[in-house]
Design a protein around this ligand. Structure first.
Ligand code: BGC
Length: 715
């Protein structure tokens, strides 16, 4: 290969601009992203006719299903799916997505997201698996297992995954997208790097995407420590792609490079293998090589894993072209929709159910008013990254997704002709003239179901929110409906937790659906009727007020927090969030007893064995998510109040008692000390087992670590 051909392999351009397509042959482009349908074969043919005919690798943001492709199966968003706490559901999403992505000639998805969602002002909360970094790692691993399968990338079932955004992109200051992050190295090692280490070591993830932002002043894309040293310490076999035009950002926005050539230099030295959409990178890099500032051997090193993966994908062989005649039978196949429906069923979180108002008995034939701006809105229901490249089809009224069932349609289907509907108000517009008519209809009904939340223009990249109250006239609508005295059931279809203390206080029932995907309407309706017993629990807390952010369960004790582990809050709002991590109800009830530790001491190399009895004390079969937290009571550095270290989701029949066992490895109790050592420190630990992160939901025990054990030196 000539050096020009080699540098070309580092370039990934967007297929949506003509100038990017024009340079395909001239620059021997290595990759395109966001192509459309059969465009892939045409581009592949053009690449075949270059001197060496090196095939292209195509990437796409298929992040909760192959959502840009019309006809594909759309799953709940990552945040919604995380509330299932069910790795089988998440893995299945990965498997289905991989098949559909492959069937349309793509090879690689920019998913999963491992950012922890701790500041809900951030526009991309819906893309996270919630607020707990450890749990994010567990779920990301399952998703990657689904995408990459057995690692045979020549198979129609497997694609390359991309863990993103490396690292701590969710921690940008003030929840503002792509601003700087100020997290010290110790905290990076303690919380934000371990999930990535897990997907590299256990998941053999094919690629990572460098995050947009700087950490403590050093942009991730320019950090050789982050992109080379850290992955090397994990023996990473995969490679790194930049985020969108992030090399140019080193010059344009982050200003650590004087010009785009200097930015290319920094990007190469830091170890970015593939450069997403920085058009100037190609010519600048050739100049840098000519000037002797970049060595040819550096380029060899950067492109070799990319070429290796093109071989692994079979692109030099029979997999170069895709037979699109088969795509339509794979895209949105009925078994794929079954998986999406199951994911949605398991993801719903019941947070309130006063006097057991839910489930509603269909046979009662009660008159139901369905109202609220998100009751019949596919944009709000499907969530971000579902509308085509650049989200471009979103405002086209004719654009509909296959198999889409709105909440209204689902309820009509489930409850029949006793259902009436009026939108009530808009999610953005504050005019409330429809409220009067809706209130009149409520008075003539027996039950009111109001579907509120947010919509696409209020979240996503660039769309952070300073205000997390219900927008538009939604709260006016709810208040007016409450005044009618009719039972008020609220369904929240939103991309993220909003500040909804009013709903907590006044609604009779609250079901959270985040963005439940195409089949969300079915699962919500089946949950209202009791055909689906809700089994999701929150993976993210709901702030009482936006001023409380960031608010998450595994925070640190304030000096004034006192001995009862109360969160040190603001004096003018309640100390706790409205709803907390781990919370969620079922139509049955569970009690926890007999928390046992087989040994109250643990040493290096051992497992902590824990068991607990859970009884289904209600009159329905149900699923319970049993959560295990620990706290290192006295340690050389301050540690979180409690940290999740294990969980299980278990089916328990009515009346049944199940003994659930956990084996927790010694290493789970480690911290990172001042010397940047990962260490399990001797002394007393608390262990909590129960139904949520709330103290009152947890049984408590203690154990002792006998001898301090340094596990490794980090740096
Ligand atoms: C996002 C990435 C995404 C990429 C390609 C960026 O703006 O931050 O998450 O994969 O665009 O669409």
């Amino acid at each position: 290969m000539t050096i020009e051909e080699k540098v070309g392999q580092m370039i990934q351009l967007s297929a949506s601009e003509k100038k990017n397509l024009d340079v395909l042959e001239k620059w021997n482009i290595g990759s395109y992203l966001h192509c459309k349908g059969e465009q892939n074969n045409d581009l592949q043919k053009r690449a075949e006719h270059t001197r060496l005919g090196i095939p292209l690798i195509f990437g796409i943001d298929a992040i909760h299903g192959h959502c840009f492709e019309n006809g594909a199966t759309i799953f709940p968003t990552q945040l919604a799916m995380s509330c299932s706490w069910n790795t089988d559901v998440i893995r299945a999403c990965g498997e289905v997505t991989a098949k559909e992505v492959k069937a349309t000639g793509f090879h690689w998805t920019f998913s999963p997201v491992l950012c922890a969602g701790r500041d809900t002002r951030w526009g991309r909360i819906d893309e996270t698996f919630g607020e707990d970094a450890w749990l994010c790692g567990e779920f990301a691993l399952a998703m990657i297992e689904g995408y990459q399968g057995n690692g045979d990338f020549s198979s129609d079932d497997n694609i390359l995954a991309c863990g993103k955004h490396f690292v701590a992109y969710g921690e940008t200051i003030g929840g503002r997208d792509a601003y700087d992050t100020f997290i010290p190295k110790r905290e990076l090692f303690a919380h934000f790097l371990p999930p990535f280490e897990k997907i590299v070591k256990k998941g053999k993830v094919a690629t990572l995407m460098a995050a947009y932002q700087a950490i403590d002043g050093v942009p991730c894309s320019a950090s050789g420590w982050l992109l080379k040293d850290i992955p090397a310490s994990w023996n990473m076999d995969g490679w790194i792609v930049t985020d969108w035009d992030n090399i140019r950002s080193l010059h344009l926005n982050q200003k650590v490079a004087e010009n785009e050539k200097h930015a290319a230099y920094l990007g190469i030295k830091a170890g970015n293998n593939m450069i997403m959409t920085t058009f100037s990178f190609y010519l600048n890099t050739l100049e840098l090589i000519q000037e002797g500032k970049v060595q040819k051997s550096e380029i060899d090193e950067l492109i070799s894993p990319i070429l290796r993966d093109k071989f692994r994908l079979g692109l030099f062989d029979e997999n170069r072209y895709k037979d699109f005649s088969q795509a339509s039978t794979i895209l949105g196949a009925s078994e794929h929709w079954t998986q999406s429906l199951e994911a949605s069923n398991e993801s719903l979180v019941l947070l309130q159910n006063k006097n057991g108002i839910l489930p509603l008995n269909k046979d009662d034939k009660k008159k139901i008013l369905v109202t609220g701006p998100n009751a019949d809105d596919f944009v709000a229901q499907l969530g971000d990254w579902s509308f085509g490249e650049g989200q471009s089809y979103m405002h086209d009224p004719n654009f509909q997704r296959k198999e889409f069932v709105s909440v209204l349609q689902g309820i009509q289907e489930e409850f029949g002709d006793t259902v009436v509907y009026n939108k009530g108000c808009d999610v953005i517009d504050t005019t409330n003239e429809d409220i009067e008519e809706t209130t009149r209809m409520a008075q003539e009904s027996d039950i009111v179901i109001t579907v509120v939340g947010d919509t696409k223009s209020q979240h996503g990249e660039f769309y952070d929110r300073a205000n997390l109250n219900l927008s538009g006239a939604q709260e006016d609508l709810l208040k007016a409906l409450k005044k009618t005295g009719k039972p008020l059931i609220v369904i929240l279809v939103s991309s993220k937790p909003l500040s909804i203390p009013w709903i907590k206080q006044h609604a009779d029932a609250l079901l959270v659906a985040f963005n439940p995907g195409s089949k969300g309407g079915v699962s919500i309706a089946k949950t209202l009727s009791g055909a689906n017993n809700p089994s999701g629990k929150l993976t993210i807390s709901f702030p009482h007020h936006v001023g409380q952010l960031p608010v998450y369960y595994n925070s640190y004790d304030g000096w004034h927090a006192g001995e009862h582990h109360l969160r040190e809050g603001y004096h003018d709002i309640p100390a706790d969030p409205t709803f907390v991590f781990g919370e969620g109800m079922s139509y049955t009830t569970f009690t926890y007893n007999n928390l046992k530790l087989t040994s109250t001491e643990i040493s290096a190399g051992e497992m902590l064995k824990v068991s607990v009895d859970i009884t289904n004390t209600g009159n329905k079969d149900g699923k319970e998510i049993i959560q295990v937290y620990y706290n290192d009571v006295y340690s050389s550095v301050t540690t979180p109040i409690k940290e999740l270290c294990a969980y299980q989701k278990v089916n328990i029949a009515k009346g049944e008692t199940k003994t659930v066992e956990f084996e927790i490895p010694f290493e789970e109790f480690s911290l990172v000390n001042e010397k940047l050592e990962e260490v399990v420190e001797e002394g007393e630990f608390e262990l909590f087992v129960g139904a949520s992160s709330k103290n009152e939901d947890l049984l408590k025990s203690k154990f002792i670590v006998r001898n301090t054990q340094v596990l490794r030196k980090l740096s």
